[in-house]
Ligand binder design. Sequence first.
Ligand code: ADP
Ligand code: MG
Length: 491
Amino acid sequence: MKSARALVVDDDPVILEVLEMRLQSMGLDVALAKSHGEAITLLDERGFDVALFDLRMEPVSGLKLMTAAHERQPRLPVLIMTAHGTIDNAVEAVRQGAFDYLTKPFVPEELRGKVGRALSERRWTRDRTLLKAVGDALGSSGTMERVLDAIAQATVEATEAERAVVFLLEDGRLAPMASAGAAPGPLDDLARTAAEVMDRKIPAATVPDADGRVMLGAPLFVGGGAAGALVVETRVEPTADDLDVLALFSSQATVALKNTRELERLRSGALAALGRMAAQVAHELRNPLGGLKLFAEYLEHRLAKAGDTEGSDVAGKISREVDHMTDLVREITQFGRPGSLRRIPTNLNGLMESCLVLAQARVTSTEIQVTLELDAALPQAALDPREIRKVFLNLIVNALEAMSAGGTLMLRTRPADRGFVEVAVEDTGCGMSEETQARTFDLFFTTKDSGTGLGMAIARTVVEQHGGRMDIRSQLGRGTEVRVLLPVVAP
Ligand code: ADP
Ligand code: MG
């Protein structure tokens, strides 16, 4: 086991010498400092497990030094050394956060006892109450990514962990899904610990390596088997009690994971069922709508011919409302059956230009500037141009609709990493609130008076069918950027 590190600060060299000898005989690794400045340098350099500060030091007292030390190492147990007979000072020191006090001259048993207790009471878990509160909060679920992030983040915040990583089994491979904390370096050691605790099905800690790093892991059980593990990297050697806390935490994380998985399954199932039903209803509406359109147009002509302009205007309005309903119905039926793709080599630059022309015809905003940054070196991609046109048409129409008061529309294409091309549609329009952003892809979600709430849902379905991905970045009042990544070669 790595020896614990002690820092002793006193302006009396004789005291330093005595304490160095005593503490070394207890198996401690001792660092000495004669002044506040020296002590701070050492505290900035490395972590200590216990510190002994002289109360009376000039010009900065031991209590001030303790405050500075705790700013750097919040959980460092500090023992304040006072001259015999100044018990009031000692009490004040403890009140201000000292672990305990030592009176000079030292009684060997007292020194041994208090330093020993300071070391053994130092815990890996910083704040158990916080840990429990965070665990409870996890019980309310969100998306999978958010839950995993919360688990990693909470672990780092509530413990002495320098890094926490959540691993999940994905297609038989252990993948790091979320990570928090500042420790640098590769994840190999953590992944190994994750695999080990999943195998053994119990929380465990590794022995400290040459740098004094310890890995703690706890398996995450979902549906009978270990679905992953929560692994942390720390420099404080944990007790059995600490492992229990980690196990408690991982079991709470497990509940959150289970809830989220179920919720996601439910959501997608309900969505699919709703889509099928909507498609059927829409289909039934198509023929009557066609009839309505014909009658309205006939009426419009007839009234116009008879000189009844008011009447023909109303008929014209009916006709346009019917058009809107027909659009809606077409979108719903398309959503219901995505159909198979007919991929051909497609020039996305040309496609973007033709979508822009179409979209501009649909939206009557004034004062809109358009900038195109279409990379001429963009490779052709294997896409179904009819389907993909729907995607960008929807995105551009949304962008234009967001800029009813004018603005700039930017369309960009560029080759992206790993055989993908990226198309971005950006506007300087109204942007989205967080709530809107969370729901944009929901079927029938719209914030517009005459919106269908289908555009984004359709766009995402088509992009995903192609093996691509969509990302939205939006700021309320500033604008929105939607990026679409599409594979060059069919996956
Ligand atoms: P619709 O346009 O018919 O309302 P969509 O599915 O296309 O339906 O979009 C859903 C919602 O997402 C919109 O009502 C709007 O609130 C929001 N949205 C989509 N694109 C943008 C954008 N570029 N800027 C601001 N909000 C947007
Ligand atoms: Mg739309």
